[in-house]
Design a protein around this ligand. Structure first.
Ligand code: NAD
Length: 309
């Protein structure tokens, strides 16, 4: 059995860093696709030339087409334009829908059995575009957001608690936007609920900072948006699938009744394994938390409503 084949579409900040991390972990052979001539080829060659030093044998190929992507096991879609200061994720909607839709069609044509991980924003709406345009079943089209949002929350919690980030778990549900739902009640430090360890005002600040986590980086960088943590989050999902880990991670999944939401991508805990989303995990929510998830889903619905897909 040969190595798995992973295609990363969009060789910009998130795509190239994802390819870098995938190669470092030797998760498979990697094809980088972008529309800019020479750029994916150059980045793939540069990454391949790090192999002898870093000790990975992943083969890396860059291309402006899809022939080289044929038969991919996983395709990560990062193509599109990134947020600029003052721009909301929703401003990206129609430009990125056109890009993600055409990419999803190419993926379906060349890699009919692939699992698609969508990264392009606005995330939940783009996952929906990829689902429709690929024609894939819902368990093979997954959105990356919750792993990133909860990693941000874990960073802030660990900092406030002055403990290892590895001790801290956090759950962020809902859409990947200002209405996301960081769940303090399900966040723990070494198994202890964080609500028992930190005062409410500190937790409230952490929830707000998590919600604005993407915008905080955008305003610091001034050109472009975050990519180190987004690529790390994407690679955790790829690894869970490739190694059939059955890992429970918050991801954007197409819901059909779960959490009271139907026909939409919303962030929920899912079990990721070789088949993609193998289960949607339903956790008990308080009336207030449930209302927040519904509100977040309504924000996603508004975007999807205006999409021409
Ligand atoms: N889901 C998340 O949590 C999350 C986190 C970070 C970034 N993002 C999103 O990921 C996307 C990529 O961000 P980035 O920082 O890498 O942007 P970037 O501008 O650095 O890279 C995007 C790349 O896509 C390429 N591209 C455009 N149209 C294409 C097409 N039709 N086919 C192939 N490639 C195409 C561009 O040439 C560019 O190189 C953005 O939409 C951004 O908002 C999402």
């Amino acid at each position: 059995m040969g190595r798995k084949k992973i295609t990363v579409v969009g060789a910009g900040n998130v795509g190239a860093t994802t390819a870098h991390r995938l190669a470092d972990k030797e998760l498979g052979d990697i094809v980088l696709v972008d529309i800019i001539e020479g750029m994916p080829q150059g980045k793939a060659l540069d990454l391949a030339e790090s192999g002898p030093i870093e000790g990975y044998d992943s083969r890396l190929v860059g291309t402006n087409g899809y022939r080289e992507t044929a038969g991919s096991d996983i395709v990560v879609i990062t193509s599109g334009i990134a947020r600029k200061p003052g721009m909301s994720r929703d401003d990206l909607l129609n430009t990125n829908a056109g890009i993600v839709g055409s990419v999803a069609e190419e993926v379906a044509r060349h890699s009919p059995n692939a699992i698609i991980i969508v990264v392009s924003n606005p995330l939940d709406a783009m996952a929906q575009v990829a689902l429709r345009r690929s024609g894939f079943p819902k368990h093979r089209v997954i959105g990356m957001a919750g792993v990133l949002d909860s990693a941000r929350m874990r960073t802030f919690l660990a900092e406030a608690l002055n403990v290892s980030v590895e001790n801290v778990t956090a759950f962020v549900l809902g859409g990947h936007g200002d209405t996301m739902v960081p769940l303090v009640r399900y966040s723990t430090c070494a198994g202890i609920p964080v609500a028992e360890l930190l005062p409410k005002d500190v937790l409230d600040q952490i929830v707000t900072r998590t919600r604005n986590g993407g915008a905080e980086i955008v305003s610091l960088l001034k050109t472009g948006s975050a990519y180190y943590a987004p690529s790390a989050a994407t690679v955790e999902m790829v690894e869970a699938i490739i190694k059939d880990k059955k890992k429970i991670l918050p991801c954007a999944a197409y819901l059909e009744g779960e959490y009271g939401v139907s026909g939409l991508y919303v962030g929920v805990p899912v079990k990721l394994g070789a088949k993609g989303i193998e289960e949607i995990i339903q956790i008990n929510l308080t009336t207030e938390e449930r209302a927040e998830v519904q509100k977040s889903a309504a924000a996603v619905q508004e975007l999807v409503h205006v999409l021409k897909i």
